[in-house]
Design a protein around this ligand. Sequence first.
Ligand SMILES: Nc1ncnc2c1ncn2[C@@H]1O[C@H](COP(=O)(O)OP(=O)(O)OP(=O)(O)O)[C@@H](O)[C@H]1O
Ligand SMILES: [Mg+2]
Length: 227
Amino acid sequence: MSAFALRLSGIEKTFRSGDTLVPVLKGVDLDLAEGEFSALMGPSGCGKSTLLMIAGMLEPPSTGAIELGGLPLSLADLSAAELRAIRRRGVGFVFQKPNLIPFLTASENIEVVLEINDMAPRKRRTLSRSVLAELDLAHRADQLPRRLSGGEQQRVAIGRALATRPALILADEPTAALDSVRGRQALELLRDAARRNGAAALVVTHDQRSLDLFDRVIQMEDGRIKG
Ligand SMILES: Nc1ncnc2c1ncn2[C@@H]1O[C@H](COP(=O)(O)OP(=O)(O)OP(=O)(O)O)[C@@H](O)[C@H]1O
Ligand SMILES: [Mg+2]
């Protein structure tokens, strides 16, 4: 029996632009096994970011079903507060820019997420430090973001996404702002940390040279998954 961290079935998404309807996702079926590290590739505009938003429940699909950690999510039956709670605990997001809070230290940027998840202060601090240590950032824990390099900031953002031990990590071009060496390092750290946590990850990337790091490469084209 295989367990799925994420299961998308028949996902369609149509946006309205003025009077016209723009179909962006045209029937996407996708299973991510627990612990699977997957790349999502495809031309600009094919719907990768839209798919991530839907997988992370930041955007509802027009039609289709989502299962997270084996639980069917009936979006119509969940309140906004219930959805937020599921997202907060079950999904970690990493975006192209780190988006750290500028007046909080690296450690505090991670601690705030744990605070929202009701973790006690001392535990937050210990966990945040161990996450930073895993990302080779123990020595940067008390620095403000502006004192960190771009690569270090993105590693803090990765730590923030992983700290709550989500079953699913969604990363939208997390290394686009880094040079290729730093980008590869960040992906390796993301992969290793996700593996240790047993989290599945879906990572949008355009970097052909880093594809060997992934268990699987998913190709998208014009709103559909190829193959
Ligand atoms: N909120 C929205 N309203 C209307 N159209 C949208 C909206 N969000 C996305 N789109 C359209 O959906 C299509 C897919 O966009 P999406 O951002 O998912 O592509 P992408 O594959 O992530 O591209 P890129 O590689 O450039 O980031 C685009 O044509 C875009 O204009
Ligand atoms: Mg995109």
